[in-house]
Design a binder for this molecule. Structure first.
Ligand code: DCP
Ligand code: MG
Length: 367
């Protein structure tokens, strides 16, 4: 019998597909292989945007979220391809299926990205680096696509690592290397640091993890609020956020507190559309469908109510979310009530269930 190996470190893998939509299109259309392509709206239409660009197109400076028009200017021979979301979703499920051979502790962040906790793995391989290698190989062999992986002791470091040697990268930051790795990291790479926070940090003379470490927890909290505590810990390579599988994910939502109370139903409906858009984006990125929608309303007197509706078949369509939220709101409002907060959340997601079928793992998304 093998001795039990005990370690206090978790083993976390972050995997992110390379130029995801574009790679799928290049795979399925050999004529696009080796060519600069983008997936997104055409440059002729109004408001066409690049969802993603192949690595060949990135050499010209073309990238995600850029207008298609601008992309066409940067690269004359650029090929524009219409997205096929159903195919990306299908590929995404196949990738999850590969992950599940090693662990059920999987947290997908979007269709092409997930965290895996392999502290304990089903095949008893023991080495997270070896598991990441095998996963990358299976994605290549079975799906003819490449992924980049980061392997470390927590989510924060694993995610930064997976981005370091793209495409087809595999970056391992072992327990003894974490501290130095984080010290060298530019503040922009820290989880929770957006443009505004990065600017503020630079003004304070904070450029790297090493600089952040010079401040006390109190000082960081004073300057950055709640996130200050998180920065204090991550600058020391600590991050105890758990990998949260869909099974544990109870709901996904968004809400907004308004600077002025809303008075008319029209005003409220406009705000509801914005909130619905956010929620829709969040579940779509995770490839989720929900059976229950809950509307949250806080009135000007701070009275809080929620109203829910459940569906026979689970939903992920923006129109259904908007319509249902509006109906619940219209049914709820007492005469001329002023509203200070509105929120929408979706819950009751389809569960990923594994079937053992001739020894091969099959993944079904129950709707
Ligand atoms: N996506 C999108 N709009 C964006 C960003 C991304 O529609 N603004 C879509 C297209 C991408 C997919 O999500 O293919 C995954 O996003 P990533 O940020 O992981 O980008 P890629 O996988 O395309 O490239 P990379 O190799 O940098 O991960
Ligand atoms: Mg990606």
């Amino acid at each position: 019998m093998q001795p039990e190996k005990s370690t206090s470190f978790r083993k976390i893998i972050h995997i992110d597909m390379d130029a995801f939509y574009a790679s799928v299109e290049q795979r399925d259309h050999p004529e696009y292989q080796g060519k600069p392509i983008v997936v997104g709206g055409p440059p002729t239409g109004r408001g066409g945007v690049v969802a993603t660009a192949s690595y060949e197109a990135r050499k010209f400076g073309v990238k995600s979220a850029m207008s298609s028009k601008r992309a066409a200017q940067l690269c004359k021979e650029l090929i524009f391809v219409k997205p096929r979301f159903d195919v990306y979703k299908e590929v995404s499920l196949r990738i999850l299926e590969i992950f599940r051979r090693y662990t059920d502790l999987i947290e997908p962040l979007s269709l092409d990205e997930a965290f895996l906790d392999v502290t304990v793995d089903k095949k008893q391989i023991g080495s997270a680096l070896e598991i990441a290698r095998q996963i990358k190989q299976s994605i290549k062999d079975e799906l003819r696509l490449t992924a980049s992986a980061g392997v470390s002791i927590n989510k924060f470091v694993a995610k930064v690592a997976s981005d370091m040697n793209k495409p087809d990268g595999l970056t391992f930051v072992g327990p003894s290397k974490v501290a130095v790795f984080v010290e060298k990291l530019p503040v922009e790479k820290f989880f929770g640091v957006g443009k505004v926070t990065a600017e503020k940090m630079k003004l304070m003379g904070l450029h790297t993890g090493k600089d952040l470490k010079k401040l006390t927890e109190g000082e960081l909290v004073r300057s950055f609020g709640k996130m200050g505590k998180f920065f204090f810990n991550t600058a020391r390579g600590r991050d105890d956020r758990q990998v949260q599988s869909h099974r544990d994910l109870k709901s996904v939502g968004a809400e907004d507190t308004f600077p002025f109370d809303l008075v008319t139903l029209e005003e409220m409906n406009i705000e509801l559309e914005k909130i619905a858009d956010l929620v829709h984006d969040r579940i779509r990125r995770r490839g989720l469908r929900a059976k229950t929608l809950t509307l949250k309303i806080k009135y000007h007197d701070f009275k809080l109510i929620t109203r829910s509706r459940s569906f026979q078949d689970s939903i992920d369509e923006l129109e259904v979310i908007v319509l249902t939220a509006k109906e619940l709101l219209a049914n709820t409002l007492g005469a001329s009530q002023k509203v200070r907060l509105l929120g929408i959340s979706l819950s009751n997601f389809g569960e990923m269930i594994r079937h053992n079928n001739d020894d091969s793992d099959q993944l079904t998304l129950f709707r």
